[in-house]
Ligand binder design. Structure first.
Ligand code: ZN
Length: 141
């Protein structure tokens, strides 16, 4: 007797018969599986937009006059996501990371009172001269 595991429909879990490469029992199960995975894809995109919007709100609130220096912890407490940004602008060996028209540049400052380097960010509002197109190949060595 042949020993084989029965393959099951990815949508409803029913045992599949027929072709070995079958994944769904019918077209209805196939399309509902595809719809579901499309929805989770859309969810991830919306989640990224939500984080970007929050990043922008945080930067704006900490930078009422167009320029401010803030400790990294303040942003972390406000659930700022450093891994998400809309654009970057390299400047003097450092980089501004923008969430729309507000951006930050990571800084490290020596603190005399605390005796250790302090991670901060310089927050700015985007300037017109930063609107020029970005060339990622410029930085290849
Ligand atoms: Zn099915």
């Amino acid at each position: 007797m042949e020993n084989f595991a029965l393959k099951k429909c990815l949508t409803c879990g029913k045992a599949l018969t027929g072709r070995l490469d079958k994944k769904y029992c019918d077209d209805q199960c196939r399309s509902s599986y595809n719809n579901r995975s499309r929805k989770s894809h859309e969810k991830r995109i919306l989640e990224t937009y939500r984080k970007l919007r929050r990043n922008r709100t945080i930067l704006k609130s900490l930078c009422p006059t167009g320029k401010a220096t803030v400790r990294k912890e303040f942003l972390i407490e406000m659930e700022f996501d450093f891994s998400i940004f809309t654009s970057i602008f390299p400047s003097k060996g450092n980089v501004y990371y923008f969430s729309h028209e507000y951006g930050y540049m990571p800084l490290v400052e020596k603190s005399i009172t605390e005796g250790r380097p302090i991670q901060k960010v310089l927050i700015i509002q985007r300037q017109i001269f930063m609107e020029k197109s970005f060339d990622p190949w410029k930085f290849l060595k």
